[in-house]
Design a protein around this ligand. Structure first.
Ligand code: CTP
Length: 426
């Protein structure tokens, strides 16, 4: 895999050499881009010798044109599979956050669709300044990973947070970001996310509090593990994960159409969206006036999951979600049976920090024969756990191979039938 290490101007620039080595040990191909300020701390030659590639230091480098690439920042942006900035100065973070593109690295940041990771390093006061923290928040919301600096003696003589994380930890974060587990390679995952909105009049709608965080985390995790991802999203303030195909919809009916149009291409369908169960029968063309008490007539929307189950093709896994506020386990199991999906991820949305709109979630992954509790954790981590469980649903083939004798094979075949997988006879 290909990684671009961006080095900006800080004392920790020398540690970027160790980072390059750590990445090369993982068989990654590394290019280095330096800001002008960084060249005052480390010579480009150091990185050129380590990587065996020319180090890019300017948008106006004549040797770039010589190498046959007049718009090198675009070439590099397309070449790379991860952009890592270590050290990332306060200035680089600010430029990234605000889209200022005035040198090679900042221009490349805007031009690339690869995931981005930054490892900040600076003086403690600069780190704690609300300008820096606000910029980091903007970047995080946009999906940029941040490897926080450590605390200790700083080059400026002060003590506190601001020391760049150790190169090995940064390398590890990059490997995680690149999803070194490629166990979903060859799969096409369709994820629905967010809530739908059903219009009442030109300005009002019936909606729900779903933010799309869980579905976006699943899409990001599936892509990181090698899957092709189609993300069908209701309105969401989130920045979509890089390299996923995103289809935006508003109503339950639009989501239904998008899912049905694309489900045949997918091997796994994950229905994390909070689809409206009802829509107003009449949508007023004019803004509704306040004229006293009002009764709305609602009609049920189509159950998309039920339709997916009717149309699914052999070998396609279908996973539903269930948002419950009471009798979680029973309601979840009843829903699993009713919907006929391979599994249901049951979400207790009554808890304070978990479920709808929260950054963490705790769920139970229910199949007909298993209930796997997943305790509260960040949604991105949970996404990986859910994908791990989904992959176990592909196990019947292994079971046939592992189990000895005819009775074992029969058991495996029964399991295959129960989860409606094609029966595999070895
Ligand atoms: N779902 C769907 N189409 C709908 C409603 C829900 O595809 N019109 C899907 C959701 O995406 C989710 C699953 O069905 O994967 C369960 O959603 P949930 O709202 O918990 O269940 P409902 O079937 O609506 O049942 P109820 O609201 O009565 O609990």
């Amino acid at each position: 895999m290909r990684v671009t290490v961006g080095v900006s101007g800080g004392i920790a620039a020398y540690k970027a050499a160790e980072l390059v080595r750590a990445l090369q040990r993982q068989a990654l191909e590394v290019h280095v881009v330096m800001t002008e300020a960084a060249t005052h701390f480390v010579q480009p030659l150091t990185f050129a010798a380590l990587t065996g590639h020319r180090v890019i230091t300017s948008l106006w480098d004549e040797s770039a044109a010589d190498s046959g690439s007049p718009i090198e920042h675009i070439d590099e942006a397309q070449w790379t599979e991860a952009l890592v900035v270590a050290p990332a100065t306060a200035s680089i973070l600010a430029k990234f956050a605000h889209g200022i593109a005035d040198d090679f690295l900042t221009t490349m940041y805007l031009a690339t669709r690869a995931p981005v990771l930054v490892a900040p390093a600076m003086n403690v006061n600069m780190w704690e300044h609300s300008a820096t923290q606000n910029n980091l928040e903007i970047l995080r919301q946009r999906g940029v990973r941040v490897v926080d600096p450590g605390t200790g003696d700083l080059a400026c003589g002060m003590v506190g947070a601001g020391r760049m994380a150790e190169p090995e930890s940064i390398a590890e974060a990059i490997l995680n970001m690149l999803g070194h587990r490629h166990d979903l390679a060859g799969e096409a995952v369709l994820v629905t996310a967010g809530g739908t909105r059903e219009a009442l009049d030109p300005v009002r709608f019936l909606g729900n509090r779903s933010s799309g965080k869980m579905g976006y985390a699943l899409a990001e995790a599936a892509h990181a593990r090698g899957a092709k991802v189609i993300l069908i999203s209701g309105p969401s303030p989130l920045y979509p994960p890089a390299n996923c195909e995103v289809i935006r919809v508003t109503t339950a009916e639009e989501m239904r159409e998008a899912v049905l149009a694309r489900m045949d291409e997918s091997s796994i369908v994950i229905k994390a969206a909070a689809v409206a169960d009802y829509r107003p029968v009449v949508v007023s063309e004019q803004k509704l006036k306040r004229t006293g008490p009002m009764t709305l007539e609602l009609a049920p929307t189509e159950d998309i999951l039920a339709e997916v189950m009717r149309r699914r093709h052999p070998g396609q896994l279908v996973i539903g979600f269930a948002a419950e506020t009471e009798n979680i386990a029973e309601n979840g199991r009843a829903k699993l049976l009713r919907k006929g999906a391979d599994a249901i991820v049951v979400n207790d949305v009554a808890g304070a920090n978990v479920g709808i709109d929260a950054d963490t979630n705790a769920v139970t992954f229910l199949t007909l024969s298993t209930a796997t509790e997943m305790p509260e954790m960040p949604k991105r981590k949970l996404a990986d756990r859910i994908l791990d469980e989904i992959l176990t649903l592909r196990r019947p083939k292994q079971m046939v191979m592992e189990l000895d004798g005819a009775s074992g094979a029969m058991q495996a075949l029964e399991e295959a039938v129960t989860v409606r997988r094609p029966i595999i006879v070895e």
